[in-house]
Design a protein around this ligand. Structure first.
Ligand code: ASP
Length: 310
């Protein structure tokens, strides 16, 4: 049977082993494992890569541990503005939302933009009106309140700094979330969801909802979901760059991912990582930071959940 596989991430950054308690580490691993198994079950039952990545990301969004959905970081105004994108590699259809508030699962709204509107990318008030037209219920701000993230924001709120959720060299809660999958039919898909960066201002949008920057899928090449300093990932058009290296230069998935993350992104000063699959079920998990919350499972019995560099 054709190989199928799923890879997820919960953000990359300065994840230092000594700064994490064993209990915390277990919590992260358990949350990653649950999201991985739920998404993998979709593939195992013959479901699509698209459904699998949405399922995994929904689980990560529902966990307060990650910077997406429930665990989203605070903006400069003390609110939560979330971004998400999803893409189907079999037909290059995509949906994305940005600057949305109160939505429990931004990735599902992005999917609805793809499936139920004539558009690809909706932002702010308009995206909220679209959600309302589909009878989405809104969560109250308390749902997204997290003491630790509130403190992260308090520490820098009177400054011009904005901060990657996972860049602090102290015990913390990290991470944008994402998933990529290759299903039994050889179709691939990518999904990415985030609260962005702590203390972000003025309607700042990161790479995550931008097709080609933080998220991309094309059956001909790869499906990619990124995490890291979004401004650099936008300028490097990172996800599409991996795809281009495969398409135009004939590079293998892992080589293309490494060229972009360990060379091109570093050269412009960016830090972060990505997860990727190709239509043969090969996977890559590449990062230029101390660690990346991550996990993968394939139909050939391989499975791994990781946080730090090996
Ligand atoms: N890339 C995300 C952003 O810039 C942040 C992250 O990966 O945590 O919005």
């Amino acid at each position: 049977m054709k190989k199928y596989s799923l890879v997820i991430h919960g953000g990359a950054g300065t994840l230092l082993k000594g700064l994490m308690t064993p209990e915390k580490e277990e919590q992260y691993k358990a949350a990653l494992n649950e999201a991985l198994e739920k998404g993998y079950a979709v593939l195992e039952n013959g479901g699509s890569a698209l459904d699998a990545v949405e399922t995994s990301v929904n689980h990560l969004e529902n966990s307060p541990l990650f910077n997406a959905g429930r665990g989203s970081v605070f903006t400069n105004e003390g609110t939560h503005e979330m971004d998400a994108a999803i893409m189907d590699g079999s037909n290059l259809k995509a949906g994305a939302v940005s600057l949305i508030t109160g939505i429990k699962n931004p990735i599902s709204l992005a999917r609805d933009v793809m499936d139920k509107s004539d558009h690809v990318f909706l932002a702010g008030e308009g995206a909220m009106r679209f959600a309302k037209s589909l009878d989405y219920t809104l969560e109250k701000p308390e749902y997204f309140y997290d003491e630790h993230r509130y403190q992260q924001w308090q520490n820098i709120k009177d400054s011009d700094k904005f901060e990657l959720d996972h860049s602090m060299k102290k015990e913390g809660k990290f991470g944008t979330v994402g998933a990529v999958a290759c299903d039994q039919n050889g179709n691939i898909a990518a999904a990415t969801s985030t609260g962005g960066m702590t203390n972000k201002k003025w309607g700042r949008i990161g790479d995550s909802p931008m097709i080609g920057a933080g998220n991309y899928a094309n059956n001909k090449t790869c499906a990619v979901s990124c995490t890291g300093s979004g401004e650099y990932f936008i300028r490097g058009v990172v996800a599409y760059d991996v795809s281009c290296l495969m398409e135009y230069k004939g590079m293998a998935l892992a080589d293309a991912a490494s060229e972009v993350i360990n060379k091109r992104v570093l050269e412009i000063g960016g830090d972060g990582g990505l997860i990727a699959v190709d239509a043969k079920g090969n996977i890559a998990m590449t990062f230029n930071t101390e660690g990346m919350y991550r996990g993968f499972k394939t139909s050939e019995g391989e499975k791994e959940i990781g946080i730090y560099k090996n």
